[in-house]
Design a protein around this ligand. Sequence first.
Ligand code: NAD
Length: 544
Amino acid sequence: MNNAYFDFKEPKNEPVKSYAPGSPERKALQEALAEMKSQQVDIPMYIDGQEVRSGNKKEIRPPHETGHLLGHFHASDEEHVCDAIDAALAARESWANMNWEHRAAIFMKAAELLATKYRYKMNAATMLGQSKNAFQAEIDSACELVDFFRFNVYFLSQIYKQQPISPEGFNNRMEYRPLEGFVLAVTPFNFTAIGGNLPACMAMCGNVVVWKPANTQVYSAKVIMDILIEAGLPAGVINLVYPSGPVVGEICFSHPYFAGVHFTGSTGVFQTMWKSIGANIDRFKSYPRIVGETGGKDFVFAHPSSNVDAVVTALARGAFEYQGQKCSAASRAYLPSNISQEILDKLVAEVGTMKMGPVDDFTNFVNAVIDEKSFNNIAGYLDNVKNGNGDAKILCGGNYDSSKGWYIEPTVILTTDPSYVTMCEELFGPVLTIYVYEADNWKEELEIVDSTSPYALTGAIFSQDRYAIEYMTKKLVNCAGNFYINDKPSGAVVGQQPFGGARASGTNDKAGSILNLYRWLSARTIKETHVPVTNYRYPFHQPD
Ligand code: NAD
């Protein structure tokens, strides 16, 4: 019996631990890393609460130490995707009817487990499987995912409270139903927190989910699943499978009960998905919700009045943290001629101090890029510059080495062509391209910032002139869904900077905010009349 209204308070962001030498968290993380490296895991799919093994095993190796085997996962085929859909649909009625406070309790418990018991295991899995350093893992797989769980419980409570007005004699109310069918989460390699949030926030709303992570994130996805199961997530609510992208699309996007997709990944994949869904639109029981957060070509624009050291730091951190593999990473910068040389000199000196290597050596700032495909792709762009194809030169970095792992040096390219290929295309690696403009022309330069790339994810401006800040903020209104003033364009925090971009960067549904949750709900309005009228006649059509 549910006989009271339950309140979920606004949470605080999970504090970020420092991992400084001598700290207890550093020791705990080092132990977790050593333990995980000493074992080989055998990761199953999770369908209807059961561990399922296909026997088609795929190796998992750290990107920074490809000679080491962490274990295997069992790849899925068509049959497993169909089983996952069936399991989700079978779980739907019980899950959708569970009272909110019980659904919420599962995710609040998951947050607690992750913040405590599983924190180091989760961070170690992200470090080893996705090649993140300790700090990058902490802000992603521990803090951000904890925040996603806790804040979404709070946001959903706020939504459930929103009710229409009821004039005397009537009671109007709004129910926030889950979507009718199953929903699909397709998640990227670069943030464990996104892997956890995309399926979890839809499930929180009462939906049943098929979750397909990137193959390169399966190692940490398994830890997320362990946490959710221990937190009490019932069988069939989130089903974790590892098919190829085209297989999952082919089956899900033609199923009559396909109700929506929550995607984060590259723009090309999202556009392919949207086309398939569109082509099958007459097959579905309802119009599927399509949410996708996709690529970026994120900019830093320094006004002639910028603080030099602030720009240098924003570029160093913004472009090279997690090897530039953040959708929000600074990858093109526009520097004014009056201070450009000072910025370039200082930046090159800073980048020269960045140590590169495996994640278990905590002094390394830069680790490896995710896989061979990405390594070859980025190396190709660097070769192009070295071969003199275009008006660009390498200021620092530019080397790569795959003998031990997928290592690409943090690289700064200087170009005299604002349309040079690395100013326009998303490389998704530790490569920053810089264009120097004539300081007096800063206003005209904003047109170039606006029109250079199809994306509009993040962007940063630097200035100490308030009129200029106001002008740039207005002029660049459609260039970025997350816009930063005197700060780097990466590092959004749940509850503080709701995240997402427009144009080719996605549907801008702001993961981890109240806006996103509305997409996974289908409201039913109920009007109840206490004393119904019993005569169809209105006064106006009575004779005078
Ligand atoms: P990706 O597009 O290669 O893969 C994303 C997911 O889609 C993976 O699970 C992959 O297996 C799956 N997939 C691939 N082809 C598919 C297909 N044809 N049908 C269905 N699924 C398919 O992206 P990635 O390399 O994992 O991640 C990097 C990309 O993600 C970058 O473009 C980055 O900008 C973007 N990203 C965006 C955000 C954001 O919030 N905007 C956040 C993180 C990453």
